[in-house]
Design a protein around this ligand. Structure first.
Ligand SMILES: O=C(O)CCC(=O)C(=O)O
Ligand SMILES: [Mn+2]
Length: 198
């Protein structure tokens, strides 16, 4: 498998990791079963809605901070467990949690960030499964002008690894194109030493 990133990190893409019928089935189950929440963050003292729905699942001690708030994981659902097992087999590593994002249409988005929280460890492997409508996943290097756009489609698995989170930022921008919902699952390993301490 080729590394898609030219330097300072590792990025692997498994197109159609799930077949079309499997992806259709997983999308419908996840959309119906997961406890999708509208999150808010405080910016300059004002409460602002995060432009997508989110939820956090995992082992009971895999606490994680997002939108500025510490979240206790919900217990794994059978669907998420099944997906976790296949992705763990593919990546040859373990994940104790998953952040789920639901982009309802083209107005929903994810701002530029790196998944570099200390509880993810030094060089985390983050496995990201996309289901539903296609969206552009953008990466840019923090120091030089290098950019990379990847169209993520129904059933694709993208794996970020190595030093990528130190050097690159990623985002899923809004789009004016008519979009139907998209679900993204990012499987992560919260390190034992930092669990529940912040
Ligand atoms: O939706 C995506 O493809 C990216 C999600 C992401 O970057 C995250 O959950 O940290
Ligand atoms: Mn991310």
């Amino acid at each position: 498998m080729d590394n898609l990133i030219p330097f300072d990190g590792e990025l692997y893409l498994y197109r159609n990791f799930y077949s079309l019928p499997e992806s259709d089935c997983l999308f419908a189950r996840l959309q119906a079963e997961l406890a999708w929440q509208e999150e808010s963050i405080f910016i300059y003292g004002r409460q602002v809605k995060v432009p997508r729905l989110m939820c956090w699942y995992g082992d009971s001690d895999a606490w994680y901070q997002y939108s500025g708030v510490n979240h206790q994981p919900l217990p794994w659902t059978p669907t998420l467990q099944t997906i976790r097992k296949s992705i763990e087999r593919q990546c040859r590593c373990r994940f104790n949690s998953v952040l789920a994002n639901l982009y309802r249409d083209g107005n929903d988005s994810m701002g530029c960030h790196a998944d570099d929280e200390k509880e993810l460890g030094q060089n985390p492997v983050i496995a990201s499964l996309s289901l539903g409508d296609q969206r552009v996943f953008k990466l840019h290097h923090k120091k030089c002008r290098e950019k990379l756009d990847i169209v993520l489609s129904h059933g694709d698995l993208l794996v970020m690894a190595g030093s990528l989170q130190h050097h690159w930022l990623h985002s899923v921008p809004k789009t004016k194109k008519l979009k139907t919902p998209r679900i993204n699952l990012t499987f992560r390993e919260i390190e034992a030493a930092t669990r529940g301490t912040n």
